[in-house]
Design a protein around this ligand. Structure first.
Ligand code: HEC
Length: 338
């Protein structure tokens, strides 16, 4: 089988990533250094000779081509380029870091430059974690226990995955531009309203209608109150307090007069739902929300929870007033409209 050498190096591509590389340099070495060293520097169409000879080392399934700069005793830092770039993306950054005393290692990712597969039989695979495994294999081959990992584009993702799967091998992470990976736990957090952790229930828009309401004055909106099956059953049967698992959502829209619709009437009379304003959610969970009558609350705008804690605190503060006005309503104003 003939060995195919990956793409020849196109130094012009460096210009595209110069901005990202400068950001990485700024983060790592301080803005002043980056300003005097890299920012605004003109890239030439020639591959810079600054790197010196490319070294080769067997690492895992690859024979990796890489360059090294800076003192060998310095804190190791691995710089991962993106696709379809190569090590020259770091031509400005690497010397800055080396000057700061870092041991800078810049490998060609698999499929790039002089990095080759050692065996023809090895599946050619660009699966995301495979590139991260390459990074760890390179550290092993070089005898590096722990390194700062940094990159942009695919290289950022590679560094991210190294930090997630091998945190003990990563002293710090600098991750620039796209293809980043994130934490699912964090996203769960972002979906939940403060205090109660109430989330916008899936499929709520298709729930059954309990009633409608309209608020004039400052709000000037029109509302629909929907419930999940547990809530709707309790409403229909007049069961109070609401059972565990009941969820009520209140949707609201601007209440707008419709000039278009009015044209078909003898006099202006048509008002319809306009722009959505917010969705409020009440969740019944007597154990979890024992302190607030068994109800948890959240308000959502554009699908995102409103993070205002005071707003969320106002929910029960107001709904609880109903107890003295109309006992036995379980803090729910709305009745079922037949
Ligand atoms: C100032 C008092 C007040 C505050 C604050 C308030 N509500 Fe209400 N809420 C009402 C009233 C009154 C209704 C029924 C009439 C209406 O919608 O105008 C209602 C209706 C609802 C409904 C429909 C079911 C029901 O209980 O009648 C939900 C769901 C709801 N509110 C959730 C919330 C959430 C979540 C918050 C906080 C983000 C909140 N409310 C804040 C007074 C309040």
């Amino acid at each position: 089988m003939t060995k195919i050498t990956p793409q020849t190096i196109n130094p012009d591509r460096r210009a595209f990533v110069c901005g990202a590389a400068v950001i990485a340099a700024t983060v790592l070495t301080g803005a002043a250094q980056a300003e005097s060293g890299a920012a605004g520097r003109k890239t030439t169409s020639q591959a810079p000779e600054i790197f010196g000879p490319i070294r080769q080392i067997d690492a895992g399934v690859l024979n990796i081509g890489y360059v090294e700069m800076g003192p060998e005793a310095g804190t190791p830092i691995l710089l991962f380029h993106g696709w379809p770039y190569d090590i020259h993306a770091f031509a400005e950054v690497a010397p800055l870091l080396a000057k700061k005393g870092y041991r800078v290692i810049v490998p060609h990712l698999r499929g790039h430059g002089t990095t080759l597969f050692r065996l023809d039989a090895t599946p050619r695979n660009a699966q995301q974690a495979a590139l991260a495994a390459d990074g760890i294999a390179l550290m092993d081959a070089l005898g590096i226990k722990k390194a700062i990992v940094a990159g942009f584009d695919w290289g950022a993702r590679t560094a991210d995955i190294m930090a997630v799967l091998w945190p003990e091998r990563c002293a710090a992470l600098v991750s620039v531009s796209g293809y980043l990976i994130g934490s699912q736990a964090l996203r769960d957090d972002e979906r939940a309203s403060p205090i109660y952790g109430v989330e916008l229930p899936e499929g709520y828009r298709d729930w059954k209608l309990i009633s409608v309401a309209q608020e004039n004055g400052r709000n000037n909106d029109i509302r629909a109150i929907l419930g999940n099956d547990v809530a709707v059953r309790a409403f229909r049967e007049g069961k109070r307090p609401f059972p565990d698992g009941a969820v009520i959502v209140r949707l609201a829209w601007r209440y707008e007069s419709s000039a278009r619709n009015d044209k078909v009437f003898p006099a202006p009379q048509s008002f319809t739902a306009g722009t959505p304003t917010n969705v409020q959610v009440s969740v019944k969970d007597p154990k979890r929300y024992a302190a607030t009558g068994g109800w948890g609350y959240g308000q959502f705008e554009g699908g995102r929870p409103n993070p205002d804690r005071a707003l969320v605190q106002s929910c029960f503060a107001c709904h609880r007033k109903l107890e003295t006005l109309d006992a036995g309503t379980d803090f729910v104003f709305t009745g079922y409209s037949r």
